[in-house]
Design a protein around this ligand. Structure first.
Ligand code: NAP
Ligand code: G3H
Length: 501
């Protein structure tokens, strides 16, 4: 059967199953969850609402497969990752089409998300050699000699639970699965409910690429119903999670002492100094704020312009915002639906609050169904909710500032600390400001973003725990194991006229 035929067979009619120990199953509860297109409410397919017993079965399957997988030589695990990358790349169009329907992502971006995932599988394979570890001689530390030698290599943690968010459901599950597998862990994936269909295809892709049954398992169902049980399960050894800070905080409480990698929310601020190149700044701000309708953790979520550039900048940003296309993601419009009506109400609440408190509406504030027109607010103050809360929608507040100190203060008062941006021609000043910002990454003259994927990606404060990125994710999903050799005097080499005895 071809890969495409296997994809077709995966949904029996329009009902997707879940995947344990190499078998596709329907839940014994008989309960399914319908997935509808957020743009037009058309039914796409349904997924299984797994029970606690089925969660237990996935854990048993993953645990029983640990030995088989860890004993598979690293070079074979690498080959499997490369084969998976090939299969993902081949499937970019059909998978992108499903992704577009289930989360309302513009079709071109949906296909790019799949291709980027293939690149992450290949890139992870490139970094696999870090599992080889290092040798350290004792004499670098006071009081020790070269007769004590640590040889460490990296070992997997066991069963890794991978939980992804709705906005990158394929990519942000794939970016967890690849490092977990190459490090020798077995995996349970829990995809987001809205966005579950595309990542379910990993079951077929990884099996086709040579992952043995039981090494990779998928469980589906609402996080609010089964998440705590899964996260707190004693059979899970490590959790890699991307999602909101609220869910992340709860997860950390329930998980106890398990190692965690958390990528959470953000409120990335773009500081624009008077000497910034205006056209570069406008281009970066527009694409940063409005790609996928602002539903990105790294979206530009507030702009802090200095008074000398503010009027010009806002005028140009409004002009370019009004050119954005709005409508059906199938037609590749930039602005499409938000993921659900509750999220639209939340975004509208932030706009209404700002307007009631005196913000100036420059464009937008229109809603049809789940589509919110890109909205720009000027004269936003720190008393308004939009200055601090993450909208996850197409609304961009401008908070005018007098100087760099004020920008640093407002940036750092956020509970979040994902990324920051500084737009200026004065690179020395940019570096000095960058050193003051309490965030994971600062972009100079560019929009905030996660990639390229071999860069470290992390959030400070409520934005996360641990570091993601090709090499960093493998490190987070493995640990060093050290064997220390204490050399005895017996084998000591004594040099005598160039002859050893
Ligand atoms: P979310 O509501 O927190 O959901 C994320 C995932 O957690 C989903 O798979 C969800 O399943 C699951 N979940 C829900 N409750 C759970 C529980 N009690 N235990 C375990 N898992 C549970 O986030 P989202 O709405 O999908 O994504 C948007 C948020 O993610 C934004 O805040 C955004 O900034 C953040 N995000 C951050 C990054 C980053 O890299 N920093 C990247 C992307 C998104 P269900 O779908 O079944 O509820
Ligand atoms: O939504 C959160 C993602 O990690 C952002 O990734 O910056 O490549 O869009 P991105």
């Amino acid at each position: 059967m071809s890969l495409e035929q296997k994809f077709e067979a995966l949904k029996e009619g329009t009902e997707y199953k879940f995947f344990i120990n190499g078998k596709w199953k329907k839940t014994r509860s008989g309960k399914t969850i319908p997935i509808k297109n957020p743009y037009n409410d058309e039914f796409v397919a349904s997924i299984q609402a797994c029970t606690r017993e089925e969660v237990d079965e996935s854990v048993v399957s993953a645990r029983e497969s640990i030995t088989c997988w860890v004993e598979t030589p690293l070079n074979q695990r690498v080959d499997i990752l490369r084969k998976s990358a090939e299969l993902i790349r081949e499937s970019a169009e059909p998978l992108g089409a499903i992704l577009m329907k289930e989360i309302g992502k513009p079709i071109k971006s949906a296909i790019s998300e799949v291709v980027r995932t293939a690149d992450i599988f290949d890139g992870t394979a490139d970094f696999a050699s870090i599992m080889g570890g290092e040798t350290i001689m004792g004499d670098a530390f006071e009081g020790f000699t070269r007769e004590i030698i640590s040889m460490s290599y990296r070992v997997p943690l066991g069963v890794v639970l991978c939980i992804g968010p709705f906005n990158y459901p394929f990519n942000l599950t794939g970016s967890k699965i690849a490092p977990a597998l190459v490090a020798g862990n077995t995996v349970i994936m829990k995809p987001p409910t809205q966005g579950a269909l595309t990542p379910l295809h990993f079951g077929i892709i990884l099996e086709e690429a040579g992952v043995p049954p039981g090494v990779f398992n998928i469980i589906t169902g609402r996080g609010s119903e089964m998440g705590d049980y899964l996260v707190g399960h004693p059979g899970i050894d490590m959790i890699s999670f991307t999602g909101s800070s609220t869910t992340g905080r709860n997860l950390a409480k329930v998980a106890g002492m398990k190692p965690l990698l958390l990528e959470l929310g953000g409120k990335d601020a773009a500081i624009v100094l008077d000497d910034a190149d205006i056209e570069t700044t406008v281009k970066e701000i527009i694409s940063g704020a409005f790609s996928f309708s602002g539903q990105r953790c790294t979206a530009v979520k507030r702009v802090l312009p200095m008074s000398g550039i503010a009027d010009k900048l806002i005028k140009r940003v409004v002009e370019e915002t009004q050119k954005l296309t709005i409508g059906d993601p199938a037609e590749n419009n930039t602005i499409g639906p938000l993921i659900d009506s509750k999220q639209c109400d939340y975004v509208q609440g932030l706009i209404d609050d700002a307007l009631e408190k005196g913000a100036l509406l420059k464009c937008g504030n229109k809603r049809e169904g789940r589509v919110i027109w890109p909205t720009i607010l000027d004269n936003v103050t720190t008393e308004m909710r939009i200055a601090w809360e993450e909208p996850f929608g197409p609304v961009l507040p401008f908070i005018r500032i007098q100087n760099a100190e004020e920008a640093i203060k407002i940036s750092n008062e956020s509970e979040y600390g994902l990324q920051g941006m500084i737009f200026t021609e004065n690179i020395d000043l940019a570096f000095n400001i960058a050193q003051e910002l309490d965030v994971g990454t600062i972009q100079i003259n560019g929009k905030s973003s996660r990639g390229p994927d071999h860069f470290p990606f992390l959030g400070a404060k409520s934005s996360g725990l641990g570091t993601q990125g090709l090499k960093y994710s493998i490190e987070a999903m493995s640990r060093p194991k050290a064997i220390v050799l204490n050399l005895s005097k017996r084998g000591k080499l004594i040099r005598e006229c160039g002859v050893y005895r």
